[in-house]
Design a binder for this molecule. Structure first.
Ligand SMILES: [Zn+2]
Length: 157
């Protein structure tokens, strides 16, 4: 068994979509980044790559490569899944936390799980998504950005 951890942060700005876990959440602010800036999906990518000893998301998808500009992060996660499988692993489970003052994550959690499970080719019951505020403390509390953390457990097939 191999375990991996991933962490990601993106700024909240005007004029961008707020895509978290593949869901485009209606919000006055959106996440800034080279790709679609899906903070949760990126944390999951890093957890998976870390568990497999395959580096991190920047290794595979450099943020100076125009091919990845505004790209749907589910495409990136799908490629990560392919690398994991190629290396001989299968995904046992993923757990994650999204840290955000706003928007509310819980109303969208079921859809996020559905999208992520489809991308990863695993059952929804193997994906955990939790949400927390940081009690108005720090950059997440001031609504300057959103953070996400994920762990992934892999086994050899
Ligand atoms: Zn990111």
């Amino acid at each position: 068994m191999r375990i991996g951890v991933g962490f990601d942060v993106h700024c909240l700005v005007e004029g961008r979509k707020c895509i978290i876990g593949g869901v485009n959440i209606p919000h006055s602010l959106g996440l800034l980044g080279h790709s679609d800036a899906d903070v949760l999906t990126h944390a999951i990518c890093d957890a998976l790559l870390g568990a497999a000893g395959l580096g991190d998301i920047g290794t595979y998808f450099p943020d100076n490569d125009t091919a990845f500009k505004n790209i749907d992060s589910q495409i990136l996660l799908g490629r990560v899944r392919d690398e994991i499988v190629k290396a001989g692993f299968q995904i046992e489970n993923i757990d994650s936390v999204v840290m955000a003052e706003k928007p509310k994550i819980n109303p969208h959690r079921a859809e996020m799980k559905k999208i992520l499970a489809k991308t990863l080719g695993i059952d929804e019951t193997r994906i955990g998504i939790k949400a927390t505020t940081t009690e108005k403390l720090g950059f997440t509390g001031r609504e300057e950005g959103i953070a996400a953390q994920a762990v992934a457990l892999l086994t050899f097939r």
